[in-house]
Design a protein around this ligand. Structure first.
Ligand code: AMP
Ligand code: ZN
Ligand code: FE
Ligand code: FE
Length: 276
């Protein structure tokens, strides 16, 4: 039983259509696929239809943009009802500010001498309900300014670069409560990736566990062996579920092939029990 609980489609910043992603997952030998586009559930129906055809199980998810201590924290929400009013309203607010931020990012890059328009970013990502920096990166690649998304982030979009503008995001604890009220369960995505250990120390994770957090994504590309061992210890301490996944973005992110890391079936079962 191979379970990958964190992937992205073209509905956010992955590069595959949801149905193509499901086909790729089946070809990669996965039995269970979590589709977790950023701040949207719009890819679920297409993924579910293809999964049914192929006999694969979809775990419907959303990677919710949140904030803790002023820093960005990604929260994986599994099985929430996307029609639940308070959750839907918050996700719509995040996406609306993603749209507004896109205009600010493009203006910023133009100030720095690049030629770029919001329209061309949009045209390059017609299926995206949730638009982000990776789409700006794609437009910079198309213009020939950079080689790939990684270089676009390194030069223009990563933290500390001109295009790294903030977007609206709810407090992580508040998002956990919204997800829970919508019948879902929450898992912290790559909690110690990209300097996250400075934000999400054990005390902060304990507070989130009190707010209803169900698990930690321990096995992730952005974690060192030491991060993984440390997080496993925190999970044991706080009785949290442990997951592993690829964070696959199609060809949008190298070194993240489907099934790169997987989740123990028993852990998925524990998550499932806490949902609903
Ligand atoms: P945004 O949603 O606009 O805040 O952009 C965050 C997304 O950009 C995440 O999904 C990351 O996967 C991606 N990302 C962040 N840093 C990098 C990087 N250095 N190279 C490529 N993609 C990145
Ligand atoms: Zn992403
Ligand atoms: Fe993430
Ligand atoms: Fe992700």
């Amino acid at each position: 039983m191979r379970i990958d609980l964190h992937t992205h489609s073209r509905v956010s910043d992955g590069t595959d259509r949801p149905s193509d992603l499901v086909r790729a997952a089946a070809a990669a030998g996965l039995d269970v696929l979590g589709l977790t586009d950023h701040d949207t559930a719009d890819g679920w129906p297409e993924a579910a239809a293809e999964a049914e055809r192929l006999g694969l199980v979809i775990v419907p998810g959303i990677e919710v943009s949140t904030r803790t201590g002023g820093s960005s924290v990604h929260l994986l929400a599994y099985w929430p009802d996307p029609r639940d009013e308070p959750l839907a309203r918050e996700l719509a607010a995040i996406r609306a500010d993603r749209d507004a931020r896109l205009e600010r990012i493009v203006a910023r890059l133009v100030e720095h001498g690049l030629e770029l328009t919001v329209e061309e970013v949009r045209a390059g990502s017609p299926d995206a309900s949730s638009v982000g920096r990776p789409h700006v990166a794609d437009a910079l690649v198309a213009r020939g300014y950079v080689r790939d998304r990684s270089q676009a982030f390194a030069r223009w979009l990563a933290e500390g670069r001109p295009g790294a503008l903030r977007k609206h995001a709810p407090e992580t604890a508040e998002a956990i409560r919204l997800v829970r009220a919508a019948g879902g369960v929450s898992v912290l995505a790559h909690p110690w990736g990209r300097g996250g250990h400075r934000v999400l120390d054990e005390e902060r994770i304990a507070a989130l566990a009190d707010a209803g957090l169900a698990g930690l994504e321990v096995d992730h590309y952005d974690h060192s062996e030491a991060d993984r061992a440390g997080l496993r210890g925190v999970a044991r301490e706080l009785d949290l579920v442990v997951t592993g996944s690829s964070d696959h973005h199609g060809v949008g992110k190298t070194d993240h092939p489907l099934g790169l890391f997987t989740t123990d079936p028993e852990m998925l079962e524990r998550l499932r029990e806490q949902a609903g």
